[in-house]
Design a protein around this ligand. Sequence first.
Ligand code: XMP
Length: 509
Amino acid sequence: MIIVIDFGSQFNQLIARRVRENNVYCQVEPADISIEKIREMNPVGIILSGGPSSVYEENSPTIDPQIFKLGVPVLGICYGMHFMVHALGGTIEGADKREYGFAELVIKDKAPLFKDMDDKFQCWMSHGDSAKKLPEGFVITASTDNTEIAAIANHDKKFYGLQLHPEVEHSVNGALMIRHFLFDVCGCEQNWTMKSFSDGAIAQIKDAVGDKKVIMGLSGGVDSSVAATLIHKAVGKNLHCIFVDNGLLRHREKEQLEESLTANLDMNIKFVDAREKFLTALAGVTDPEQKRKIIGKIFIDVFDAEAKKIEGAEFLGQGTLYPDIIESKSAFGGPTSIIKSHHNVGGLPEEMNLKLIEPLQLLFKDEVRKLGLELGINEDLIWRQPFPGPGLAIRIMGDITEERLEILRRADTILLEEIREAGLYRKLWQSFVVLLPVKSVGVMGDKRTFANCVAIRAVTSNDAMTADWAKLPHDLLGKISNRIINEVDKINRVVFDITSKPPGTIEWE
Ligand code: XMP
């Protein structure tokens, strides 16, 4: 395994993904990890990430310099390189010129990181500090116009430093540099596959759970479905899944989940019909935050009541992913991700005293998808666009009624059919219809109409933190609009949302 030390870089997860893409297992650990723990983990290489600090600043993150005595290769990236230089007796200074963005990297010494590369190519830089004097035993292996010491090596000790960011896509050959470090320097084996992960995880779950019962909430999304499938492979009928139908789902959503998970798995799923409870509590509520609060509270009540019926359960399964774990472990991250990942079951009564089983906590989203396919879950479920917990409630502006839900469902189904037909479903982060609280005048078949207006929302994004409105082709928009107005009674106008995030949000509420 490779250990990635988190010095606070916004890219540390990207480094980990670049490593894993090569079927090499790696873990991101906070900089204050002890040397004993590192020894125990027995890595074949260590990567020190970048970070926003300067090594001379007070409270800048440090790792025990004993790592340089383990006899393990180390690759320092940006701040990670500064830390290595500083810790081993060299000097770092505020650079005369900040370097941000593209620079041409001129290679002086190719082996091992720059093997088989051109003499010059573009790389991506983002730093204020630079190395000024190298520690003993180091040589300069590449430079840019602004930064003489852009890459360094101590070949004897197998210590390498890159001022550039090899993990970002804009760095030409960046992924190859990481591959050279993994295979030529560290001698890694490519044994991290979803098949090996799944075999190991199933064995671990069996071991931990024995013949006890596990409870798990299903949302219909990818993470909980994959986690449940994995747990089911380990404990079979001792897994008790609960799916709460809150009445705010899209057309055939519950049925699709049922077909996907019960068809060849024979999974124990209790579908709880709580539609009336939710819709009664939401009647007349128009404030988005109040809607969320009501939905969250009722969900917990319903889930608790069902969970209590499963006697002797000792475990609670969850689909928590690695990014949440990294963030919550990081010396620089906050506890927010813990709250987020647990929010759906945050209210389980303490007296139930359930132990958590989180089998996906080492995986990134793309790995979860691969695992799901490996486990035989159907592609439609694996590639599902995210859908918010409060469901259609936050896509109906104003009052939520059964009638308005049905209008929205029918329009949304048409939109999704057309997006899929156009081959765009997987390219879009989300695509959906919003029912507006406005009526407008129209004319249909010589008759005046006065009916609802809906908005089409479609965005591209990598993580939902920022998003761009999708430039859907005009003829596709025309077709969607025509079909919605012709096929959905009570809608006579369709508009297209061209707001990015920020300043907008993805959802309208
Ligand atoms: P916004 O609208 O904040 O959405 O740009 C970002 C992402 O989060 C989803 N979302 C939610 N998911 N409960 C959830 O489980 C919520 O209350 C909620 N609000 C927004 C949204 O669909 C998008 O993917």
